[in-house]
Ligand binder design. Sequence first.
Ligand code: FE2
Length: 410
Amino acid sequence: MSSIAIDRPAAHSRASDPAAYWRDAYVVVRAETERRAAPLSAEDQVVQSMPDASPTKWHRAHTTWFFEEFLLKPHAGGYRPFDARFAYLFNSYYVAAGPRHARPKRGLLTRPSMAEVAAYRAHVDTAVGELIGRASPAALARIAPIVEIGLHHEQQHQELILTDILHAFDQNPTLPAYEAAWLPPAPTSAPGFVEIPEGIRTIGHDGNGFCFDNEGPAHRVLAGPVRIARGLVTNGEWLAFMADGGYATPGLWLSDGWAAVEAEGWRAPGYWREIDGRWHALTLGGLRPVDPAAPVMHVSYYEADAFGRWAGKHLPSEAEWEIAARGGELSDAFGLVWQWTRSAYAPYPGFVAAEGALGEYNGKFMINQMVLRGSSLATPAGHSRASYRNFFYPPARWQFSGLRLADYRR
Ligand SMILES: [Fe+2]
């Protein structure tokens, strides 16, 4: 696999010492969750600012439940659950795994306490370490795929810890900083466009390393001719869209998008505020003046689509995005903002969800959402790849979501 380990090479080879490899990978990924939660107080960690966002404490417990439910209960003989009630509290959406607490009420869970959740994590960590350590080669081969998906699942929640707390902080008139010294990564912003001539190409996961089920099967698509912008749309360009009446011109918007503009009162990206005639944005580092050179973020699909129409261009399809990214000519494809595509989140040809609870991971969400490609400043290291399909509902803008443009004109 590419690299699940964060910010350091794996000390052990997956092929020659798989037990050590998986124990190390597990420890590294679990520690990153705790590192991200560490700046947050107990009060910060219990708040739920909207049904779509979850409390930090819940993320820490739910990722732990995932290992308990799918790895330890079926594969660790004699494992004793930390607390039998936690399966109800921390199951997210797996119907096959049993009943669960209502998602919008996660913020009401003042108990278990943060300390109890920490003890839950430690209990499961010990059991997973022992399970891997005593597994025969055949048993390890059976459980390794579950450890692996559990770690990638936890990395997804690591990103959500940051996006969800930023949404909560935006509701607080004091506009707290997650980390006062936080700095965004600098864009490279190459100008111009990548040409994709008409042709049949293969997209989807190539079989090397881990992928989620929604990234396959790899299949051929007819794409092009199209030009894909090398760089991301910037705040400066977005300010021009705003100054040109972008948020006040219904003809630029999809019908549902214009309804959202009117209902939500949108006139700027999420977390933006005008102070003394100058736009500021709440970031992980607190309130900062909007940097015109930085990529725009916290825009919905509707806004990205309207911006494309205003610019005389449009969003690339996910296939066009992937072809351009695989060509290595996109700037900032990964690590700054997820990029909306014009593609609806649908199964690839030949996709069949797996049987059982883990088959619910992606497949049942393939309706009414749009695909985003790339990765963001909040995506953990080792969690980005060209075939990755992220997906959100069109009005969502609490993720680090931005865009790059495409142009069909010859
Ligand atoms: Fe989850």
